[in-house]
Design a protein around this ligand. Sequence first.
Ligand SMILES: [Zn+2]
Length: 232
Amino acid sequence: MNELELTGKVRTHIEQLEEPRVALHREAVKPFRALRTAAAKQGLDVMPFSAFRDFQQQVEIWNRKFRGERPLYDRDGNVRDHAALNEEQMVEAILVWSAVPGASRHHWGSEIDVYDRAALPEGYRVRLLPEEYAPGGVFERLADWLSDNLERFDFFRPYDQDRGGVYPEPWHISYAPVAARAQRALTADVIAGALQDADVLGKHIVLERLPEIFRQYVANVGTPAATGTRLA
Ligand SMILES: [Zn+2]
């Protein structure tokens, strides 16, 4: 992946599928289909909620959260009071759930946020909140199945536990062979380059703190247990 692909500025590494409708790195297509097929045998309909996102989409997410047009959640999924946060605190509050544009793993096409369509109650709106994937939650069975089977398909969870960076995201799965390469290639300088001409709210704070943000939120993730040695 080149720097434009790594930061979601282009989609030359991406393939658009129709069923299910999803945009993925071309190397992740077959493994994701294989995972879906295996899960289907257990009655799970693993659906992508979000996969590839380009740079501009990440800017929209970031800016809407910064303006308070989208809720900011704390670690337990409770909504934060936007008005009580200054700009530095806002950046902090966004980073625990959303990446700086250019630094999102979703730019790589190797990352998929998944839910189980077969488990959806009538009229249910998927929110991607921890409680949905926790014991008693609507996607508990999917979460358990993923824990037991992800590695067979070379997927893993980069946000499997709280490391003091991004909060745990049991719905976020990552295709390790592609993601490991991208992770090695992505540096704070590459991200700074992507941000240079971008209209990102709070950009001066982000750029000032970029080395620290990179350490805490970008590099500070889980590694694939089964494939770690091979890909290291
Ligand atoms: Zn995700």
